[in-house]
Write a protein that binds this ligand. Structure first.
Ligand SMILES: Nc1ncnc2c1ncn2[C@@H]1O[C@H](COP(=O)(O)OP(=O)(O)O)[C@@H](O)[C@H]1O
Ligand SMILES: CC(C)(COP(=O)(O)O)[C@@H](O)C(=O)NCCC(=O)O
Ligand SMILES: [K+]
Length: 257
């Protein structure tokens, strides 16, 4: 069994892949102070709850937060006797290396999304990932990541309003009833919700125009579904894209490593 770990700036997700399907998906907040022992206490409790017979033979990690990798390495070594594959490290091969400016360190989540999306859909894709940041990853015809866009995440934008303006409360995102809000919360939700609908449409249209071709748009990340249910923003909605990408990169390393 393969343990896939996707550590974003807000949440860390563990999944167990048995070669056919994901047996479970466990989510915790990302916190660099969490020790290997703390990970294992949490992990083993939930595994027991789901009644899964554990036989972890491989671990692969993607982390946008470099500091957490140390404790995840210790977790992997101490409890499974395994050396994890860490996306972005030189020893982790990628099916299609990125083509970006020299010296650029592409977020591993974006490399993983690229690998997962290309495996499912082939080339010429835009992956829109609604995480802490909202990222657009452009996948070329041959499966290489060739750049993209980084915008503030939906919750980050709402939080920024609250932090910077004394009269604006903490607000959770939801689809507003109307475009014109008649109270503060409704105004904030509308500004961010429709602002993001516009942002996604405009960025995708401009990517296609710059590349002079139509491209398939894949939406992923926790909040993608909220936007997809309202507007026709994506050709596909795939919440397991990052986890799938981790299995693709793991397989590639097994075959070529
Ligand atoms: N299903 C969901 N509904 C509402 N908010 C969500 C959902 N999933 C994630 N979020 C929120 O979206 C933001 C991004 O989360 P996530 O996709 O886990 O980010 P990251 O991968 O950067 O850690 C966070 O603020 C998180 O709380
Ligand atoms: C853009 C990101 C912060 C997104 O992270 P996330 O929202 O998944 O936490 C991450 O991919 C990152 O740190 N990237 C490094 C810079 C780059 O990709 O060009
Ligand atoms: K992201």
């Amino acid at each position: 069994m393969l343990l896939t770990i996707d550590c974003g700036n807000t949440n860390t997700v563990f999944s167990i892949w048995d070669g056919q399907e994901f047996l479970c998906t466990l989510r915790t907040s990302t916190h660099h102070g969490r020790t290997a022992d703390a990970y294992f206490t949490w992990f083993s409790t939930l595994i027991k709850h789901y009644g899964i017979e554990l036989d972890i033979t491989d671990v692969i990690i993607s982390s946008t937060v470099p500091r957490v990798v140390f404790n995840l390495r210790v977790f992997s070594d101490r409890f499974f006797g395994l050396r994890p594959l860490v996306v972005g490290k030189p020893e982790c091969l990628l099916p299609h290396p990125p083509r970006v400016d020299e010296g650029t360190i592409v977020g591993p989540d974006r490399l993983v999304n690229t690998a997962g999306a290309y495996d499912r859909h082939g080339g010429n894709l835009i992956v829109v990932d609604f995480g802490t940041a909202t990222t657009f990853d452009v996948v070329d015809h041959d499966g290489a990541y060739v750049g993209g866009l980084i915008a503030p995440g939906v919750n980050l934008s709402l939080e920024a309003l609250h932090m910077a303006a004394a009269a604006l409360p903490h607000v959770d995102i939801s689809k507003p009833q109307r475009v014109v809000g008649t109270n503060t919360v409704a105004c904030m939700q509308s500004g961010v919700f429709w602002g993001y609908v516009g942002l996604v449409k405009e960025c995708c249209a401009r990517i296609k125009a710059e590349r002079g071709q139509d491209m398939k748009i894949i939406g992923t990340g926790g909040l993608a579904a909220l936007f997809a249910e309202t507007e026709d923003l994506f050709d596909e909605l795939e919440n397991d894209l990052t986890m799938h990408g981790l299995t693709v990169i793991h397989n590639y390393n097994k075959e070529h490593g």
